[in-house]
Design a protein around this ligand. Sequence first.
Ligand SMILES: CC(=O)N[C@@H](C)C(=O)N[C@@H](C)C(=O)N[C@@H](C)C(=O)O
Length: 663
Amino acid sequence: MTDTKRGITAEDLYQICYPSEPQLSPDGTKAVFVETKMDELRQYQSHIYLYSLEDNSKTALTSGPFRDSFPRWSPDGSKLCFVSNRSGKAQLWHLDVNETEFKQITNGPNGISSPVWSPDGRSIAFAAFLRTGQTLTEGTEELTEEATPKSITVDKMKYKSDDSGFVYEKNKQVAVVNIETGSVTQLTEGTYDHAVGSWSPDGKWLAITANRSVNPDIQHEIDIYLVPVEGGEWKKITNSDGTYAMPTFSKDGKKLAFIGSVADQHLYATMKKIWVAELDAGTVQCLTADWDVHVGDATIGDVRSPGHPNPGAVWTTDGQGMYVIASEKGSSGIYLVHLDGSVTKVVGGERNVYGFTFDNEKNSLVMAVSDSLTPGDLFHVDLNTETEKRLTDVNGELFQEIRLSTPEEIWYEGAEGWNIQGWILKPVGFQEGNTYPAILQIHGGPHSMYGHTFFHEFQLLAAQGYVVVYTNPRGSYGYGERFVQACCGDYGGNDYKDLMHAVDYVCQFDYVDETRLGVAGGSYGGFMTNWIIGQGNRFKAAVTDRSICNWISFYGVSDIGYYFSAEEIQANPFENPEKMWHHSPLRLVANMETPLLIMHGERDYRCPIEQAEQLYMTLRHRGKAPVSFIRFPGANHEMSRSGDPEQRVLRLQYTVDWFNQYV
Ligand SMILES: CC(=O)N[C@@H](C)C(=O)N[C@@H](C)C(=O)N[C@@H](C)C(=O)O
């Protein structure tokens, strides 16, 4: 029977959806989760769904042209809260499970996030961006849009963020709302950013995180604090030596688990670990000091943005350990970290676990999982029988008509003889005896990890007849701390060689036409793409997305510029500008003769568009090779993963067209 399936297209993006944030009910009989898709207007909709583990029914609890998220059960399971932008900004809504009506219970002037129920189910803690002097109004009266100021006085270095825009006068505060009365109590204030953690079991304390250092622009440490909900002295749990997040109380309230890393050397080029504070003893201990694995989901794909809210550390009932997501060798799974520091893998496999919710009583869990052929689905795991059951197949109908390419894992020798992991996607419809063009894809970060997760862009290129090669060069997560840090101070050195060795490796296969090679990457991957075409003309075409070409200007215009470049390039403009220039691909423009497509979001504060403008101007002025510059109005650094759907599709189409034209 002829294969009637087709290759994936860029426009299929409009059909792809994924579940996230599964939350099991306290009685373990059902789970709520978020399902994100695009509507007929090609705009995102995220809705809250209820899945019954008893009859396997799936029911939409919310609907409409809105973004709903953070579904959370009350401790007794009778209520749900969630965050929604259905009244304009993201506010907290509350729903009685036996009713269909839900009501808005916050009115944060700039929206709210991260709700956490109090143990008695009468209050909910949440985070809210507030300008200096702004307060959290009670009730839900109409919020007036603020007039654009005639002038802005910037008096701090961390005055903007790619995620939240200009934050020169805004800070994230923590507050508590009483469900019954609607009264709001703000627990934090000041020119510091705070994040919600968890309530103590007795409901008297809230564990939060904050950088409340004397100079937050220079001191980047994030500490754990216990804040008395009824007012009073705070307790500082950590000692400003690291960046810590997601504090979670043990069931007996005597311990706090949290994720983080000591910031003695690296803010980014370091693996996250699990820490436990013994509250009575006042001690803090790193549980996984000897476990050379990154705690958290480091996998990077293009279905959703990284850093999706995952649960942090989930304590066992007996308080003898906690469940976490961790990433190694291209996969992320669920691990049980014991108080003695030993680690047991609970859920593994060549896949990307990007969220989970645990039922201690039943020793079972529901997890959100992606793999190379699946954008995302929910699975139930019974740890007693070690059996798994797929709960959703949200893209099943779409993928019935699409033929995907299954990646083949490779390990090859990189620079210095290091063993480097990667994958090859053969073209859809591959036939032995034929030769094919190949595209090297380079991930950003650089501290992230390609792996067993769905990548629409890669599948699209495979559907267009390209071999796609993607690897984890040094600097990637998944291969230990030394590997993560090995690119720092050496951008364009051995990381570049790791990638060129990958191309050498795949060119040995007779199905790869080494005269028809392309290269593409975003952010750090865009830096590397620019660097590669500055070394010569090995590639027929290149696509550089949200990239970096000049570290000296990046230092001052990126939202993380001055400290990211200090750590990654190990230079700054007033001490060693020559090192910044050495590692800047703009320095190599005189060598660049590879047709280059430059794409960049106009509201990218991580790698501002001035990076693209410099590169375009110099290449266009020199006039030695075709160069095209596509600007995306309003798009930030996350455009390719969670930005405007039509811009995402256009970006994919420009990429394919460029390679089809020049490779
Ligand atoms: C998660 C992360 O890498 N955060 C920063 C260090 C960062 O944004 N780095 C950029 C230079 C980058 O390369 N970002 C990656 C994640 C991308 O693909 O945009």
